[in-house]
Design a protein around this ligand. Structure first.
Ligand code: AMP
Length: 369
């Protein structure tokens, strides 16, 4: 089976490696000839909105998926006229615009933080008056890893935040005083079968994921069931096929969805070593129409991103249970260069080893995103 993947970043690289033992070969489309996935599969270099590049990419393929969520929806729709495109392009469309996403999530009964659409300075003043301080102003489109967002702490922040965004399509969200951030990764097959991984606890700094712990500790059966219920409603409403991630804020026993990603997700990297079937393998199984694999965790895992610069990798490999994944990207502040997953048989062991690992991973140099 040959699968086309829009985007050739590290997610694509890990998809290709998961496909290999299943007899699935990946072909990537990416604008950069240095795209990490090129090390593991055929790379077509071209812009996502270049019809000739899309045609070259799709030639001979029966199935296309994506690892990058900002692929133009028009390109996915164009491809869908000649090949099967999964997850459905509608999922991309929903996830690319925070406003559409919030409306969609609410429409399927998934709670989100209070929000207001903002298209002018006077809208922003009205929205702040409604939601109160602090509030978070975000661009509707192309915002990720905390890019394009500003916290408004008081009246003096309104005009500067508006001026800095320099874009008319925004959304203001109430600031959520969450206890922690979680994510749920779910997968749905072509036959409608679904499975969810255990909830993951995520720590962000500067809007970028730093660390994931999986399974998240102290998750009640009710909380896991609530997250799975939310994921199922999203999957079913979209007729989704593949892996989907939803980032959640936990407030008491309540969950508010922050955003969804219609693709494999950084908070699921631990599944390579820490689950019976990785998110990458399950995504390929789903889109290729194969039976889904077990999503059960194997022991306890911690995943740490390597951001901006590379640590002492030899020392990291000296820690029992540490697995290194380097994406082959040139170091740059704020850039994800790789990750380390630490897997242990129990939580106490994981905490002990994780403390060792964290000492080896220096903070990102300043000047990043
Ligand atoms: P996002 O770009 O929406 O993924 O946001 C990046 C990070 O900013 C999140 O992971 C949270 O840590 C924080 N954040 C985003 N929105 C809110 C909010 N409404 N309230 C509190 N923290 C937020």
């Amino acid at each position: 089976v040959r699968v086309g993947v829009l985007g050739g970043g590290q997610l694509g690289w890990m998809l290709a490696r998961a496909g290999d033992p299943l007899g699935i070969r990946c072909r990537f489309l990416d604008p950069s000839p240095a795209a990490p996935a090129g090390r593991a599969g055929e790379l077509v270099v071209g812009a996502y909105d270049d019809p000739a590049a899309l045609d070259r990419f799709a030639d001979g393929l029966a199935l296309v998926t994506y690892e990058f969520e900002n692929v133009p929806v028009g390109s996915a729709q164009r491809l869908a006229q000649r090949v099967r495109v999964l997850p459905p392009p509608r999922a991309l469309e929903v996830a690319q615009d925070r406003l559409t996403e919030k409306r969609f999530l609410e429409s399927v009964g998934v709670p989100v933080a209070p929000w207001r659409s903002v298209a002018s300075l006077s809208d922003l003043r009205d929205a702040v008056a409604d939601l109160g301080y602090p509030a978070v102003l975000k661009t509707r489109r192309l915002g990720y890893d905390g890019k394009g967002q500003h916290v408004i702490e008081g009246p003096d922040d309104i005009e500067p935040a508006w001026a800095r965004q320099g874009e008319a399509l925004l959304v203001l969200e109430g600031f959520v005083r969450f206890e922690r951030e979680l994510s749920i990764l779910a997968v749905r097959g072509r036959d409608g079968a679904t499975a969810c991984y255990p909830l993951v606890e995520n720590l962000h700094a500067g809007g970028i994921l730093r660390r994931s712990l999986a399974p998240a500790v102290a998750v009640s059966a009710a909380l896991q069931a609530r997250a799975e219920g939310q994921a199922h409603r999203v999957l079913d409403a979209l007729g989704y096929v593949g892996v989907l991630a939803i980032e959640l804020f936990q407030v008491g026993e309540r969950l508010l969805a922050n955003e969804m990603a219609p693709r494999v997700h950084n908070s699921g990297h631990w599944t390579i070593e820490g689950a019976a079937t990785s998110q990458f393998e399950n995504h390929l199984r789903a889109v290729a129409g194969l039976p889904l694999g077990s999503t059960a965790a194997r022991g306890a895992s911690a995943m740490l991103n390597l951001i901006g610069r590379l640590p002492d990798t030899v020392a990291i490999l000296g820690i029992p249970g540490a697995h290194l994944h380097l994406y082959g990207k040139a170091p740059r502040p704020g850039r994800k260069l790789g990750h380390v997953t630490l897997r242990a048989d129990d939580q106490a062991e994981l905490e002990r080893l994780c403390a060792r690992l964290e000492r080896l991973i220096p903070p990102d140099p300043p000047g990043g995103s």
